[in-house]
Design a protein. Sequence first.
Lengths: 1144, 490
Amino acid sequence: MKFKFHCPPSLPATKARKPLCLLMKAWMLLPLIFLLHLPVYAMGQHVTINRQNASLESIFADIKKQTGFTFFYKGNVNPAELKTDVDIKNATLEDALQTCLKKFRLNFTIVNKTIVITATDKPSLSEPAINAMIQADSTILGRIVDSLTKELMIAVSVYVKNSTERALSNDKGQFSIKAKDGDVLVLSSVGYNTKEVPVSAIRNRPILLSPKSSALNDVVVTGYQVIKKDNYTGNAIVVKGEDLKRLNPQNMLKGLASFDPSFRIGENNLLGSDPNAMPKINIRGTTAMPNGEILDRNNLSSSYNLPVFIMDGFEVPLQKVVDMDINRIASVTILKDAAATAVYGSRAANGVIVITTKAPVPGKLRLTYNAEMKATAPDLTGYSVLNAADKLAYEKMAGLYTTGNSSANTQEELDAQYYSKYKNVVSGVNTYWLAQPLRNAYSQKHSVYVEGGDSTFRYGVDLRYQTDPGVMKNSGRDRYSGGMSFTYNPNRKLVLKNDLTVTQVNARNSNYGSFTDYVLMNPYYPIYGADGKLIREISNWRVDTHQPGEDQYKNVPVLNPLYEASLGNFDKTAYTELIDAFSADWRITPALRVIGLMSLNSTRTTSDRFISPFSNQFYLDPPEEAMNKGSYDYAATRSLNLDGNIRMVYNKLIHGDHSVNAVLGANVTAATTDFKGFQARGFTNDKFSSIAFARTYTPNAAPKGSVEERRLIGSFFSGSYSYKNRYLFDAAVRLDGSSAFGANKRFAPFWSGGIGWNVHNEDFFKSTFPALSRLKLAATSGVTGSVDFPPFLARTTYAYQTSNWYSTGIGAVVNTYGNDNLQWQKTTNYEARAEIGLLQDRIVLTPVYYYKLTKGLLTDINIAPSTGFSTYKENLGDMANKGYELYLTVNALRKEHLNINLTGNLAHNTNTIVRISNALKAYNENVNKYQLDPDKKAQGTPLLRFKEGQSYNTIYGVKSHGIDPQNGREIYETLDGKLTYDYDVQNTQPIGDYTPKAEGFFGSNITWKQWMVSFSFHYKFGGDMYNQTLVDRIENADPRFNVDSRAMTMRWQQPGDQALYKNVMDLTTTYASSRFIQKENLLELQSLYFSYDLAQSVARSIGLQSLRGAVTMNDILRLTSVKQERGIDYPFARSLTCSILATF
Amino acid sequence: MKKLLFIFSLGVSLASCKKFLDIKPESQVDKDELFKSEQGFKEALNGIYTKCAGTSLYGGQLTYNLLDVMAQNYQFNDIGYQEIANFQYSNGTIKGAIIEIWSNAYSAIANCNYLLQAIDKDTTLFSNGNYRLIKGEALAMRAYLHFDMLRLFAPSYVNGPTLKGIPYVTKVGTTSTPFSTVAASLDSVLKDLTAAKALLAADPIRFSAYVIGYASDPAASELKDADLFLQNRRHRMNYFAVCGELARVYLYKNDLANALSNAEEVILSAKFPATKQEDFFQTDIQKRDRIFYKELISCFYTETKTIIDQLQARFTKQNPAFSGTMAQVNEIYEVGTVGAEDWRLKQWFLNTASTTGGPDRGVLQKYYRNAAPLTNIHPLVAPAIRLTEMYYIAAEASFDKDQPRALKYFNTARAMRGIGNTVSSVAGKPDFIELLLKEARKEFYGESQLFYMYKRLNHAVTINATSSKPASNAIFVFPLPDDENAYRNN
């Protein structure tokens, strides 16, 4: 497929249009005259000419008059246009011609009485009319292409060194500029190495510009500004979309983590690789406290500590980032320190991620097609459960079949139970339950991007279809999106852009329930009965509850989770999102621009959850509830976000030494979320799952609904100044107003400042540090904020008692005390950074140190209940984060065909809780109670606690001295250092810290000819890990269910056993203690990538511009010092993605 | 540069932005938004009653829980309840209940205060005297709640008027209000009640058109008003409820004259008809009055599933949490002397064989609800002030000056319960008090008022005919919740 453009090419400079057109016509004549090339010698004729600024044509006319020789032109020669001064006195014809033509790249040959003038070089046959040439009045024409992709480059700035001549390349990559023969052209473009080319070297070949390696990307996109990185003091990590895709074609955020170790994605041990789970992201440590409820670390929501995402200038939710098409990403910038983030003011404290999507490239209609096939397989390496025979043996060992432990059954009954199971075991029942809900999943993704246009109007259209089935059967997330964008420049001063994207995402959760249900099933249970049908109640245990009276013995049925999966249950969510962003960019003067942007994001989400009336969930319901079995939950959420900003950007180099970059602007955002939901009950039949079949609403329940609104308005100024590219200054201020703040604190000021020194630009540098090629020092400081609280927290609101009317009408009751003084959390940042380049920047090392102090953490304050409230929200509490980061890039080998890059990074963050409120202190007491409460099932979980001086990542439990070999009991240490056998929750103290000594990534990129290999390892060491599996699945495991295999082999059995785990017969609860803390050292190969680019000539021969095939493998290898079950409710997975990228 | 400045100042023109940032929540109601209309005030007032009728206050704890256990009305096997009956305030259940009562009462008071802070801002919002009605009721509720907190958490007036009372909270804020003395607290209560009485002077309940009765009674007008807000005056703080509460407070303060005048104002109004025998003994359980509904001067409407379930578990299910032995009940109702024909004994107690062994139980039927679809003749309510209490107060307050009048009130109250025996003379006031206490114990069974009476009189708590618990602050004064002591900020 080949598209051609038939419109005449338009050029930015009208000056250059004429010669170019001529050039094209001449090229059409070329085949005719090409044949006439014959070498001859000139005769002894003499000429005298003296003319000023005369055309060659007139000079040749003189020569013809004086010598009688006629002229013939071959190639792109237009003597009427080429002008020169000549002063020749009585020279030979040859000398005279040489003098006349030396300025122009023309040759001559004399054949008999004819002088043939030819262009010096043969023009290229492959590309029409775009070769550099010397024209009569020294207009240089050239063409610029990307050295790697061989794509034409537009808007490359070209200027003549030591002159004021400037030009830009047009949409065909061509430029024309006036220059003299000895001049040097300087070409520069964002993201590319600046190149200097002598005019003489611009032959007919295109000029190649090589892109900068990503570590040294030239500019930083802050979302409001594009700043030259060299002149910027802020800390920004810029990653190109292509590099992200290479690391993880499915999950942009996971790829991003490899580039910056301070950007962390918390491992979700509950939800594993569930395609519908939102990641928990955190940049440079925690800056907020969870409020109120008692928390296990696993339960923190993904919105907690979340950085703000800015896409093409406006804020988008995390969900958008998760679901966006990675092919559309041009670059992602992580902004971390105050200087980089202060323009985002009250949203910036957790960092800012700026995503730029690709803009359409002008030129011929170009079509890019990307196809991906992914295979995903569950990763069960953390699981090790007992087989049927071992399980039964373990049960016997644990005393389930001796009456000593329970009065529920007689010995005869127990024996009968044992032998019925034994019968199963010997008859070969050994069900591998873990495999039942799992599958290998295959997914595909197709995306097409069409772009084209000319310099006044460019357009792009993208379409995507992407499925993402998860490894749990029937779970998955399908995404469809379509987008349309255009850029219109009616004149050189104005650019109008519009982007429209529509996305549809359909997510469904597995109907197989939680994975842990399968992990717990005993292998000697058969799935199917003798009749070949699914068994619903597989077994029934008679349990002694130790309650007085008739409740003492209880029959606990074991229900088959696969029976549940055979029902018509479903749980799905779908949303449709429409985003439209419009921007206008008005270049008032070359230095001053005004940019306005408006965006609208409208999302409609619906969720439908049906639980069949036959579900195990209703199995134990009393008979009178029979008509209420089965439930259907429906919820719909509409959200609308409007974002507008206007900014004035000033960018100028004054007198060559003073570079000024300033932006002044304001933005307004308004977000509304409207949620409605209800539950219907009473279904008759599994198959009739439409909500229309429901008998009633949930008895005594009301429909739910909430409307949340949030508005933000801010104005900001950010400026940077550099002197001779050596001394750098950055400053930013922002004033933010938010509707979430209290009425008395509506506006918040934020600021930052930064200084930097490009030592390598100093004259003394090269002589003083010959080994170094680069040394930049920068320090920044500032205050940013975060508003991590619900929008109406600062207000006193009333709640209607809708489900509980009083006899004289409905009542409204005060919800909470609205604190009018509520304000933002303030984070003060300090950062120092150096960039050190060695060997012409082949090795670049960037050490960073930072300190962040967050003040005014929003926490509950306990107050005397006589005020009418037990708590209210106040800004009280301080938290500090400090740490260092180190980035290294090494261009180890750079040969013509072989290029090896190595990258590595490392980070360490220390979190300290400096001050907390009285409520959090009281909270710790409640946590103690919660820990002991058997109903909460958290006895063995190290719950979150807060103590001043400790870290947010501290693990709390009771110190343990291990298992007493004498009796198999655990020995605890009290707070005052005494040893005891008795667990007391009051002895809870810090027993470990999750904070690793260091964490980071390392990897490499190797290209050899058209091949490329890259890989990325994640490592972590020195932190503690509380191995929950040891508690839940070995000691606290109910022996009636399947357990971790270590339960059988590593528990204490007889005096003298040096065991890690307590007496196998001991069925008492094990509490969180330091016995389960293990050092966590981790190395995982997160991605491995291979690709092959078809040689361009081959690609062209089959009608393509380029073709790339690639294979990415993710999460393939994991070495860890902590063996525990990972992915409790949903297992983790490994994946392999094959992709093809073709451009037509 | 001028242009820059202009745009910048445009960006930060705070005045307009402030308005933009001031969003009123939609799914909850902003306080300022609520108090922009009369309807909002009505809803806020109803909210106070809804809160008071909840299980933490009069729909639970303060009507049929701890205090009733402390009145020694039941027999428990459960050690926890035995501890409560023994006034062991270290008991976990009591501690929890105390926190619940204290914090919810003050939360309801904060609701009153929010309303009272807003109501005077624009009185033109109100029509038909609703301003006086709403303000009067809110003041009365504030006083009512404070008075009960005082009666629970401070020593009685007779034991120490100058001792530490309670914080009398009249404004909303995060700064805690200092404790007043018992006397000062009582004065604040009286001040609010007096103001409420004046405001409620034109309460519809005072008009002859307002006729008290069962909903099914065509003559009754309690549900007749077109405005739901003006129905069921007795479910809210009406004029007579304020009089009744004033009588209670004055008596607590030992101001007999004022106690008498207020109690008599209620009695003499003849607004509250005595319950007819046929209604109380109605064989059709749908039409049976189990609570002397028409005699209630004020009560809280508690017709919610939660409370119905709680009451069933507590009193009427197979094995109720609270039940006295039949012997105990017979002793309380003086079967052997004057009480053989007592209506209450006959109708309120169902002689039930114990499922756990031991003697037969008297299972309380006062709060029995008919199983749906059968309805009851009156809604489920938690009695706040009864007509009989007015008789007891009037009797006690007039005894010193006018013994026959006192005995007349006493005998009338007894006659209303089917006790034919009349008392014609009493040896002295202590004997009369004993008579009153015995009567009150019968009347307030399952209603918790007896505890207050023992406390007010600093009288020993009768366990049975032979044993009692001596009066002391150790048993009569609830300890403050730990949070109150820990988090006070002045």
